[in-house]
Write a protein that binds this ligand. Structure first.
Ligand SMILES: Nc1ncnc2c1ncn2[C@@H]1O[C@H](COP(=O)(O)OP(=O)(O)OP(=O)(O)O)[C@@H](O)[C@H]1O
Length: 356
């Protein structure tokens, strides 16, 4: 990408941005009507026109039913899409709206609706218009929350959701270049006031960015930090894969895995802490029924397990499989226990209803 942050994106640059998508059957473009996603639509339409055979494009706007102007903005996107020769659909979020955590619930509903529509339309990808500035904000938000390495890797260029690839082709592009691209093309765009609403964390952090930039921490360097952390995170994931294989090999296939996963505690204890944590997280997320486990809670569980394994060593040498659990905890709908020198992770029994 050009070093000049205010230069419009050329057709050649756009070709590079969308390079990996040319052989997809169809792509859903997630377009809210704001400058970033309108630019995504305009760039994708121009890119599409330069080939005789290229993916079908379907523009989708989600109306969350939260702002009265949203319906008008969706119609505006439809009009612009029609000018570019692209089909457009508006999807409505109809479910119950929560009182707290509204942005997160809206985002969850949005991705669910987008993935559903892509599947039905035979599209392999959903494209969003996240920019380098969004990446920097995401990193900052997660730093302030004390996230682990996976969270600090921020957004991935490609990920999967409900069988559809979520692609962010503009993740290295500064927002200012997208605005410049639209100005050059004389295309208007909506201004979403919630982007500046100080009731939400992200706009408050966004307001801090110019001060950080003045200290050298601009979006470019924050996004670079996120991609370096993502690289380290990918390496640790490979180590965790290897550790899982190592533990399985030690079991020679004879460990009882009937209702979950089980690891030999003394072999588990030899692994680095970060790898032990990931193995627990993976097993709890796969077998629990209450959504992803919080990192802090898995850290507390691991500390308790480590203490129990250390305390159990002399006893387990005397009675290697006495079967009695010396630790038993539930977390995120999974039951974790230490018994007979092994760690077991299984789905937790359903909780008794409070009504009786
Ligand atoms: N109402 C919408 N309809 C369609 N696409 C949307 C809508 N809102 C957001 N998007 C897509 O998601 C991208 C990111 O939008 P935004 O930064 O507002 O999301 P967010 O709420 O911060 O959540 P996240 O960044 O996790 O997606 C947009 O560029 C656009 O591609």
């Amino acid at each position: 990408m050009s070093d000049d942050d205010n230069s419009p994106i050329s057709a050649r640059e756009a070709k590079q941005l969308f390079a990996g998508l040319k052989s997809a059957p169809a792509l859903v473009l997630a377009v809210s009507g704001g400058p970033d996603s309108v630019a995504l639509m305009w760039l994708a339409a121009r890119w599409r026109r330069s080939f005789s055979r290229a993916p079908r494009l379907l523009v989708v706007t989600v109306d969350h039913g939260l702002r009265p102007e949203a319906a008008r903005e969706a119609r505006e996107v439809k009009r612009l899409a029609a000018e570019l020769g692209l089909p457009h659909r508006t999807l409505r979020w109809r479910g119950e709206k929560p009182k707290t955590g509204l942005p997160a619930a809206a985002r969850e509903a949005r991705y669910r609706l987008l993935a559903e529509t892509a599947r039905k339309a035979g599209a392999s990808h959903v494209l969003t218009a996240h920019t380098r500035d969004d990446q920097a904000e995401t990193l900052l938000m997660r730093m302030l929350r004390g996230s682990g390495l996976a969270g600090l890797s921020a957004m991935a260029r490609l990920s999967t959701r409900d069988g559809v690839v979520l692609a962010r082709p503009l993740l290295d592009v500064p927002k200012s270049q997208l605005v410049a691209t639209l100005r050059r093309a004389k295309i208007g765009f909506a201004d979403d006031p919630t982007n500046r609403d100080a009731n939400f964390t992200r706009p408050r952090l966004r307001a801090l960015l110019p001060q950080l930039a003045a200290e050298g921490g601009d979006a470019r360097s924050l996004a670079r930090l996120a991609s370096r952390l993502a690289r380290a995170n990918a390496a640790v994931e490979v180590l965790a894969d290897g550790a899982e294989r190592f533990l399985r090999l030690r079991d020679r296939g004879d460990a009882s895995q009937a209702a979950g996963r089980s690891f030999e505690a003394s072999a588990f204890a030899l692994l680095p802490e970060e790898v032990r944590l990931r193995l627990l997280l993976r097993a709890i997320d796969a077998l629990g029924h209450e959504g992803p486990a919080e990192l802090g809670k898995v850290e507390t569980l691991l500390a308790a397990l480590d203490r129990a394994i250390a305390a159990d060593r002399p006893a387990s040498r005397r009675a290697p499989a006495n079967g009695r659990a010396i630790l038993k905890q539930t977390l995120a709908g999974a039951l974790i226990s230490l018994a007979g020198g092994r760690i077991h992770i299984a789905p937790a029994p359903a909780r008794r209803s409070k009504g009786r």
